[in-house]
Design a protein around this ligand. Sequence first.
Ligand code: GCU
Length: 676
Amino acid sequence: QKTDEYKCWLRYERKKDLANIEALKKIVVLEKTEIIKSAVEELKRGILSITGIEPEVIADREGNNSAIVLATVDSSNMTTLNRSLNNDGYMLQSFTKPKERIYLTGKTDKGVLYAAFHFLRILQTNRDYQQLDIIENPKTQLRMINHWDNMDGSIERGYAGHSIFFENNQFILDYGRIKDYARLMASIGINGISINNVNVHKAETNLITKELLPDVAKVANIFRQYGIRLFLSINYASTIEIGGLSTADPLDPQVREWWTKKTAEIYQYIEDFGGFVVKADSEHRPGPFTYNRNHADGANMLGEALLPFDGIVIWRCFVYDCLQDWRDRTTDRAKAAYDHFKPLDGQFLENVILQIKNGPMDFQVREPVSPLFGAMPETNQVLEFQITQEYTGQQKHLCYLIPQWKKVLDFDTYAKGEGSTVKKVVDGTLFHYKYSGISAVTNIGNESSWTGHILAQANLYGYGRLIWNPDLPEATITDEWVTQTFGKHPKILNTVKEMLADSWSIYEKYTAPLGVGWMVNPNHHYGPNVDGYEYSPWGTYHFADWKGIGVNRTKKDGTGYTEQYFPENFDMYESVETCPDELVLFFHHVPYTHVLKSGTTVIQHIYNTHFEGVEDVENLLESWISLNGFVDEKRYNDILQRLTIQLEHSKEWRDIINTYFYRKSGINDELNRVIY
Ligand code: GCU
C-alpha cells in the first residue's frame, strides 16, 4: 500500500457522491496505442479509488452505453477539431442524453492521456463533470524537467534523498518507481526529462556507450508510455574521454564524425531520444573555448548530428568566470551570459536551443530577470527555473516558488514594445521560434514523499501546471494542489493556501535583503554567512562596508549591467529613484541611511524584515498546528517537524544578519530590539 505522501496529488480520494455514476463504470476506447493504454490504466486506477468500482473497458462506438470515450481526433472522425488543437491539445466534452457520455479527445494519443489526467483532476477537485466543454492547448512546447542526478546515486543540490535512477554507478531500474514518477510528470504535462546532472563526470560520460544505452533505453521505454522523451546531459569532451580522439574541437572533421555516428547509435536504442543537454565552458566543464571556438560552433556540431532524428540540443547559457579576483571591480558576473551569447544571435542551427536561467546570477531568492530574454530574436530560447530549493531553504524551509516564477513569466522585456513578456518569448510567439519552452531543475529524490518537505510537492505540481499555461492564476494552482493532496475541507484549503502564498516573501524577509543575494555558507549554500561569498572567486559580492551596501550596476558609474535591458527597463533600474525596493541592492550601492520607497531606511528595513520574518514563521507554525486532526498523522508530524526546524534556523538568520549590519554600520534599531 502506497502512502499518501508517496501518491502526492494523485491520491484519488474516495468520493461517496460519485459512487453510482453510470458514465464512470465503462470506458470505450476507439484507438489503442501504448499511451492510450496508460490513459485507460490511469482512469481505471483513479475511478476505482474514487468510486470503489473499477470501470470496464467495452467496445461501443455507437453510443448505446453511458461511458467515458477515449479517442484521437482521427479515430473519432472529429477532424474539424484539428484546427482548434495543437499537438498536445485535447477536448473534454460531456453529454447527458441519450446516454451519459464523456469524451476525452486528443489531437494525438498524448492529448488523450492529458485529457484523462484532466478529467481525474475534475473528479478530485469536485468540479462539475457533467457540463464539460473544454478545449486545452499547452502554451509551452517543451515542458522539461532536468535532473541533477549522478550515477553514484547522489543528487547535486538534492534535498529529498538519493536518485531514483542510479546507485553505485549503475541503473537501479526500479520500474515501479520510474513508472509512478512518469505518471506524476505526465499528470502535469511534462514531455521531456533529462535524467543526469549537467555536470557530467566520468561515470555519466559513459551513458552514451553501448554498455549503458540498453539501460537508458529501458527508462525511455517507460517514459514513452507517458508521452515523455528522455534527454541526456553529455560531456562536451566525450570525444576525448570515450572516443579515443585527442581533441574536442567542434570544427575538427573527426570530432564531428564521431558525434554523428554516436548520435545515430543512440537512436538505434531509443528511437524517440530527445537530445542533449549541455553545460559547456561553465564551472570547469570542458567546452569549445579550449579550441578558440565559440558556443555556436560547439552547439551546432551537436545540432547537426541530431538534426536527422528530430533531436535537439539544449545548450545552457550559465557561462561566466568562476575564477574572478574579488579585487577586480570591473568584471560583473551578472553581465556574462548576455555578453557571451547575444553576439551569436542568428548563428545557431534550427534545432539548437539556448537554456537561460531566470536570473543573471544563480537562482537567488530574488534576482531581476535575465536580460537575455527577448535579446535574441533569431535564436530559440528555453527558460530554466530551479524547483529544488538550493538557495531557498533546501526543503527544510517552506518556500512556495509559484509567485516568484509568475513574476518572471509576466516580466515585460519590451523587446518588441510593450507586452513583450518573458512568457511570450519562451512560448515562441514573440519571435516565432521553432523550438521554445521551459525547463527546471527538479526537487525529487527517492524519499517516500519524493520531495522531502511534503509541502514542496506544491512546487513540483505548480511548476507543471504553470508552464502548461503561464496565465493560470497562482490561486487556481494552489487550490488544485491542496484539494488533491489533502482533501476538500475548507479549513485545510484556506490555511495551507495562505501558508504557501506568503512563504516566499517570508523566506526573503529573514534571509538576504533587497535583492543583494549570496549571504549563504559557501559550497552547500545553507544558512546565513554574510561574507561567505565576499572574498571569493565566484563573482558574488555585496560590497558592504561601514557606510553602505549593494552593487552599483548602473551605466553611469557602475558595471553597466543595466544597459543590457531594453530602454524602459534600463531607465527603471538605472535610477535609484525608480528601481523597485526589492532589487535596490542588486542595482545600486547605497548608504544604510538611504530611504526606500517604503519610507524606511535600508538599515531599518534590514532590522524590521528580519524580526518580522521570524514572527511570520512562528505564525506559519501556528497555522499548521491548527490543522492537527485535519491531516493524517504521518504527514501532519512530518510537516510540523520541518516547520520547527525552519523556526530555529530563521532565528539564526535573523540574529546573524542583524548583528552583522549593526556592527558594520553602528546604527541602532529604532525599536531597540535585541541585536548582538
Ligand atoms: C549552481 C549550483 C551548481 C550547479 C550550477 C549549474 O552554481 O550551485 O551545483 O552545477 O548552478 O546550474 O550548472
